[in-house]
Design a protein around this ligand. Sequence first.
Ligand code: SF4
Ligand code: SF4
Length: 108
Amino acid sequence: MRFSFCKGCGKCCTGPYISPREAKRLGLKGVVKVPQDERGKCIFFGRDMCTLDEGDVPLACRIYPLMPTKSWWVVRVSCPNWNRIDERMVLEIMREFERGKEDWNEKI
Ligand code: SF4
Ligand code: SF4
């Protein structure tokens, strides 16, 4: 929810996958996904936006609607603005992923 195409609609806020380190940082134990509340939303979703400090937002949220697979990237078309992503943004998202990857893979 940080790129200029993102209008913060919250459609992607349904509980992202998180790394063990991210889970620890968020005070969550024994989960690989952020739990949902009764609305079916991520528990960190407030009335209309993410309530986490920017530094705590999980990597999966920071690179949405792009998602890496084993051999390529896919675009999640559930984001209403996915078709506004241009080449420059793709590169920016990939750089964000590279920055966060070590934290994701780090054992705790
Ligand atoms: S952590 Fe924040 S950005 Fe990520 S799904 Fe939850 S509310 Fe949305
Ligand atoms: S679904 Fe797309 S536009 Fe909506 S908050 Fe998520 S990234 Fe932003």
